[in-house]
Design a protein around this ligand. Structure first.
Ligand SMILES: [Zn+2]
Length: 727
C-alpha cells in the first residue's frame, strides 16, 4: 500500500521551494551580475509570498531560506560595492604535477626561481576592507571580484576586524583583503545550534561564515527597537524572543575570526613585498597569520605543503590547501594576471573532506563487550581519498542529536585518518519519504532484551555476554588484532568459521585449536592434491596455528587487552601488568588496590574486578593456562633483558617516536622498569614528547613535568632520566 501523505504539506513545500529558487535566482542575477531579471515589485511580491507561507508553515523555514539569510528588500546592507582594486581568484593545483608546472612557468618567465611566500588557505569567506586615514569606512564581500556586497553594518560586531588602524601616521588609503572564518570549535557550536533548531547544518566553515555574515543585523536591531516600544499582553514574550535571537546573531558574528591575506589600493605607504605587507599590517593591529613562511627553494614550499597536509587538523580553523605567492611586488607585476587569476600565485588544494551522499539505512552492530551501536549505511562515496559507505553513529541519542532520517541526503566528513562521520541531514532535500531510526529493543544477533549497563548510560548493551554470537565473534576477532595478540591468519572470516564449525565455543578454546580440529572446518581446508590424502590445511590455517603458538608467550599486557575487559586498552593493560606482573595477582586484587595503580582509576578497576568475578571468565583463563599460555611477566629482578634504568619512574609517551611504534616505545620503557601511564599528572616523572604531541605536552608544561624530546628517548632508555636532563 502506498504511503498516504498530506497533500497540503507536499504542495506547500513545493511552493516554498519554487519561491526560494525564484528569489535566489533574482538575487544572484542582481548582486552577482548586476543584471536584474525581474522588477523590484515582482521581487517584493515573491518575498512577501515566501514570508506568508513560512508564517503559515513554520516547519518549512530553514537556514537556506532567503528570509533567514539575506533580506529581500534592498537597503544599504548588501548593496553592491565596487572594490577599489579587483580581487582575483586563484588558480588551483590539485597535485604535484600541476604544482611543478606552475613552478616551471614562474622560473621560465623570471629567469630564476624567486622567493615564494606560503600561507595556509583558510576555508572562510573573502572580504575587502577599506581604511581611510586609519578609519574603517567599508567592508564588502568578495562577490565577483569587481563588485561585492556591503556588510559594513555587520562588521561592527566582528571584533577581529579593527575599526581603526593602530599607527601614528596611518596611510591615507589602505584596502585590506582577508578571510573571515569560524574556528573549528565555533563551527561545531554553530552546527549544533543549527541542528537543535531543526535546520541543515553547514557543510563547511566557509558556508557557515558566509551564512553568519550575511544576516540582516540592521533588521534585527529595528525589530528589537520595535518590540521594546510595543505594549500589550504579548509584548514581553515577543521582546524576549527577539532579544534571544539578537543575542544569538551577535554571538555568532563575534565568534568570527579574520586573517588578512593581501592589500589592494593603497596611498601613503611604501611596501615592496607580500611579507613586508604582513609585517606592516601586524604593527597596525590587523590580524595576520603566524603560519606564513617565505621559502627560497621549491623544496621548502613542498615541505610546507606536506607539513600542513599532515597537520591540517592541528590548525585552529579549517584549511583546504596552501597558497603560494611570489613574494616581491615588482616580480608580481612582471608576471601579471590572466583574465581570471594572477600568474604570481597558486592555491594548492587538499582533497575535499566533506561530501554529500544518501543515507540508505541505519543498522546496528553488537560489539565485543555487548555494546549496541547504530551505524550509517550510505551510498558509497569518495571522500579524502577513500571510498566510504559506513560510519558509526555511536548511540541512539547521537542519531537524534544529528536529526538524521533514513533516506536523507547527508553531509559526510572524512578527515585524514579519522573515522568518517555523518555531520547531519540536508533538510531541504527531503521528499517526505524519509523515516526515523528506531533503536531495536532486542539483540539482532541473539534476541536478548537490550538494556543499559546502569541507569543513565547512553549506550545500551546485549547482556548475553556468554553466548551472544555477535559478541563471541567480535571478541575472538579482537584477540587476534594488532593491539592485542596480533595473530596472523585469524581474521574476521576465520573467527566466524571457528565458531560456526564448533571448533571453538568461545575464546577460551582458542589455544586448543590444532590441525585435526581445523580439518573439520571447510574454511581452513583445501582439496587434496595428487599424492595427498584427505582434506589439507590451507596456508592461512597453517599461518594461524604457527601464530597462535607464538602468541602464547606474548607479554602479559597483551593478554589483558586480548580478554576484552571493558575499558582495558593497551595503556591500562600495561599499567596493570607492570604493577601486578601476573594474571593471578590482578584477579586477586580488590577494587581499591586496582584503582590505586597509576593510569587505572576507579572505572577501570571496577570493570576489571567485575570481569574476574565471572565464573566463565575464570574458565577462559584456566583453559589458556592449561594450553600453555604464559600469563606472567618476569619480575624486574629476574629479568636479564635490560638494565632497570627507569625503575620507579612513571613515564607518559605522546606523539610519534622515531623508530618505535606507540606500543613499542611503551614496551621498551616498561622493560627498563618504568611505569607507563596514559595521562599526565603530578605523579608523572617525565613526558616523552614526539612529533605532533598535543594536549599532553601543554598539560606537562603547565604542571612543570619534565619533558624528554623524542630524539632523546634512546638515551633515556639506556642511561636514565638524569642523563637526558644533563645532556
Ligand atoms: Zn546478543
Amino acid at each position: 500500500m502506498a504511503k498516504k501523505k498530506s497533500a497540503v504539506a507536499t504542495s506547500s513545500r513545493q511552493q516554498w521551494e519554487e519561491l526560494v529558487d525564484a528569489i535566489n535566482e533574482a538575487r544572484a542575477a542582481y548582486y552577482q551580475h548586476e543584471r536584474p531579471t525581474i522588477s523590484d515589485e515582482e521581487y517584493d511580491r515573491l518575498y512577501r509570498a515566501l514570508e506568508e507561507l513560512e508564517t503559515a508553515h513554520p516547519e518549512l523555514v530553514s537556514g537556506e531560506s532567503p528570509t533567514q539569510t539575506v533580506g529581500g528588500d534592498r537597503s544599504e546592507m548588501f548593496e553592491p560595492v565596487q572594490h577599489l582594486v579587483r580581487l582575483y581568484s586563484l588558480d588551483n593545483a590539485f597535485n604535484n604535477d600541476e604544482l611543478s608546472a606552475w613552478f616551471d612557468r614562474i622560473e621560465r618567465a623570471l629567469g630564476s626561481m624567486p622567493r615564494l611566500l606560503c600561507e595556509v588557505k583558510i576555508d572562510g569567506l573573502a572580504v575587502d576592507i577599506v581604511y581611510r586615514d586609519g578609519e574603517l569606512v567599508s567592508v564588502a564581500t568578495r562577490g565577483d571580484g569587481v563588485t561585492g556586497e556591503d556588510i559594513t553594518y555587520n562588521a561592527q560586531f566582528i571584533g577581529a576586524i579593527p575599526e581603526r588602524l593602530t599607527a601614528k601616521k596611518p596611510p591615507s588609503l589602505l584596502e585590506v583583503r582577508g578571510e573571515v572564518f569560524l574556528s573549528t570549535g565555533n563551527f561545531d557550536k554553530v552546527n549544533d545550534e543549527q541542528m537543535a533548531a531543526g535546520a541543515t547544518p553547514f557543510a563547511n566553515p566557509r558556508n557557515a561564515a558566509s551564512g553568519t555574515i550575511r544576516q540582516r543585523m540592521d533588521k534585527r536591531v529595528e525589530e528589537l527597537t520595535a518590540a521594546r516600544a510595543a505594549s500589550g499582553t504579548r509584548a514581553q514574550a515577543r521582546i524576549e524572543r527577539v532579544e534571544l535571537e539578537y543575542a544569538l546573531a551577535v554571538g555568532r558574528l563575534s565568534a568570527l575570526g579574520f586573517t588578512a591575506h593581501g592589500v589592494g589600493a593603497r596611498e601613503g605607504i611604501e611596501v615592496t613585498s607580500q611579507s613586508e605587507v604582513y609585517a606592516l599590517l601586524d604593527t597596525m593591529g590587523v590580524p595576520v597569520s603566524d603560519r606564513m613562511a617565505v621559502h627560497d627553494s621549491v623544496d621548502g614550499v613542498r615541505e610546507y605543503i606536506h607539513y600542513y597536509s599532515e597537520h591540517r587538523h592541528d590548525v585552529e580553523h579549517e584549511i583546504d590547501g596552501v597558497v603560494i605567492k611570489v613574494d616581491e611586488f615588482a616580480l608580481q607585476s612582471e608576471l601579471g594576471e590572466t583574465s581570471r587569476a594572477p600568474r604570481w600565485a597558486i592555491a594548492y588544494k587538499y582533497p575535499p573532506e566533506v561530501v554529500r551522499t544518501r543515507l540508505l539505512d541505519i543498522a546496528v552492530n553488537v560489539g565485543r563487550t555487548g555494546r549496541v551501536t547504530p551505524f550509517a549505511v550510505m551510498d558509497p562515496v569518495l571522500v579524502a581519498g577513500s571510498t566510504v559507505s559506513m560510519a558509526t553513529l555511536h548511540n541512539q541519542y547521537e542519531v537524534e542529536r544529528k536529526g538524521v532520517l533514513i533516506g536523507d541526503m547527508v553531509f559526510l566528513r572524512k578527515a585524514g585518518d579519522v573515522i568518517p562521520e555523518v555531520i547531519g541531514p540536508v533538510v531541504e532535500a527531503r521528499t517526505g519519504d524519509e523515516r526515523p531510526f528506531i533503536m531495536p529493543t532486542t539483540c539482532p544477533d541473539c534476541g536478548t532484551k537490550l538494556r543499559p549497563e546502569k541507569e543513565g548510560d547512553k549506550d545500551i548493551r546485549c547482556p548475553n555476554a556468554v553466548s551472544c554470537p555477535a559478541q563471541l565473534r567480535e571478541r575472538l576477532f579482537h584477540v587476534a588484532s594488532r593491539g592485542a595478540l596480533d595473530i596472523e591468519g585469524l581474521g574476521y572470516k576465520a573467527a566466524v568459521a571457528l565458531l560456526e564449525c564448533g571448533v571453538v565455543q568461545n575464546m577460551g578454546d582458542l589455544f586448543l585449536i590444532d590441525a585435526n580440529s581445523l580439518r573439520t572446518c571447510p574454511f581452513f581446508t583445501r582439496e587434496p592434491a595428487k599424492g595427498e590424502v584427505g582434506p589439507q590445511l590451507t596456508e592461512n590455517a597453517k599461518t594461524m596455528l604457527a601464530n597462535l603458538e607464538q602468541a602464547k608467550s606474548k607479554p602479559l599486557w597483551r593478554m589483558l587487552v586480548a580478554l576484552s575487559i571493558r575499558h582495558v586498552g593497551p595503556t591500562a593493560a600495561q599499567a596493570l601488568a607492570g604493577e601486578f606482573r601476573s594474571i593471578e595477582a590482578i584477579a586477586g586484587a580488590d577494587i581499591d588496590r586496582l584503582a590505586d595503580v597509576e593510569g587505572v582509576g576507579h572505572v577501570i578497576a571496577e570493570a576489571v574486578a567485575e570481569w574476574f568475578g565471572e565464573e566463565w571468565h575464570r574458565q577462559i583463563i584456566e583453559k589458556w593456562e592449561r594450553a600453555g599460555v604464559r600469563l606472567v611477566d618476569a619480575a624486574p629482578d629476574e629479568s636479564a633483558l635490560a638494565p632497570q634504568t627507569l625503575a620507579g619512574l612513571t613515564i607518559v609517551i605522546t606523539g610519534s617516536i622515531p623508530g618505535y611504534t606507540r606500543d613499542g616505545a611503551a614496551a621498551a620503557a616498561l622493560a627498563r622498569g618504568a611505569k607507563v601511564a596514559g595521562s599526565v599528572s603530578k605523579k608523572t616523572s617525565a613526558l616523552v614528547a614526539g612529533e605532533s604531541a598535543g594536549s599532553k605536552l601543554d598539560k606537562a608544561e603547565s604542571l612543570g613535568v619534565r619533558i624528554v624530546p623524542a630524539e632523546s628517548f634512546d638515551v633515556l632508555l639506556q642511561q636514565g632520566l638524569d642523563a637526558v636532563l644533563k645532556g
